[in-house]
Design a protein around this ligand. Structure first.
Ligand SMILES: Nc1ncnc2c1ncn2[C@@H]1O[C@H](COP(=O)(O)OP(=O)(O)OP(=O)(O)O)[C@@H](O)[C@H]1O
Length: 241
């Protein structure tokens, strides 16, 4: 099985001396291509650090991270920037759209940043795919939270990244909008996309193919084909531990 992302013996240490924090403490993980993984764990367990290190947003202290076959721990800053623009998509809890730009312009932005000339038809198709074909000219403030997150998803996918990362992508949404976004993520995975998502929500995690659990910077458990109850039980076990 090919892996879209692999972490080997990854450590991420913050601070020094008495204030040292081992945010990641020897993480070995591989995310198989074309699958959806949820990352869970108590507050402070290292989930965001893991996501940021895997997406090349943050450097590891030691160990290796491979994305689409490339060891990003050896990459220069400009190689990393290029890799993030071409191989990695990212959706955030707070959408992070450009307020002055329309939905269409927001989605076209990553292509412009990569020096490409976006084709209007392509941008319209991708927005139609997320159910926003009739909202092309709307600015973020004219869209609901769920619609904004769907624009953000279209923006993340427009470069056809090897892996899509989500940092609590449904965390700011009501249950119904969250379900729509999770349904779109499932469609993407069924079409071959690799997704890695941090979430606190057992229902969101249960939409994924597998769940890995972090505690104190280490992978301590995992579930395949998870149910909401299994996820909630495991998480509760870690939170009281
Ligand atoms: N820039 C930083 N400097 C120092 N310590 C940090 C820094 N970033 C994170 N940490 C520490 O690393 C540990 C892991 O943090 P991280 O944000 O990855 O956890 P998390 O599981 O995402 O938490 P949450 O669920 O609360 O968002 C925490 O103890 C945190 O305080």
């Amino acid at each position: 099985m090919t892996h879209a992302v692999e972490l080997r013996a990854v450590h991420r240490v913050y601070g020094r001396g008495d204030t040292t924090v081992r945010a990641l403490d020897g993480v070995d993980l591989a995310f198989p291509a074309g699958t959806w993984t949820a990352v869970m764990g108590p507050s402070g367990s290292g989930k965001s650090t893991l996501l940021h290190c895997a997406a090349g947003l943050e450097r590891v202290t030691s160990g290796t991270v491979t994305v689409a076959g490339q060891d990003i721990t050896k990459a220069t800053d400009s190689d990393l920037t290029r890799l993030r623009r071409t191989q990695i998509g990212f959706v955030f809890q707070s959408f992070n759209l450009m307020g002055a730009l329309t939905a269409e312009q927001n989605v076209a932005l990553p292509l412009r940043m990569a020096g490409k000339r976006p084709r209007r038809q392509e941008i319209r198709e991708i927005l139609t795919r997320v159910g926003l074909g009739d909202r092309l000219g709307h600015r973020p403030r004219e869209l609901s939270g769920g619609q904004q997150q769907r624009v953000a998803l279209a923006r993340a996918m427009v470069t056809r990244p090897a892996v899509l990362f989500g940092d609590e992508p449904t965390g700011a949404l009501d249950t119904k909008s969250a379900r729509v976004v999770l349904g779109l993520l499932r469609q993407l995975v069924d079409d071959g996309q690799t997704i890695v998502m941090v979430t606190h929500d057992p229902a969101a995690a249960a939409s994924a193919d597998q769940v890995v659990f972090l505690s104190d910077g280490r992978i301590v458990d995992h579930l395949t084909a998870p149910t909401v109850h299994q996820v909630a039980d495991r998480l509760a076990g870690l939170e009281v531990a």
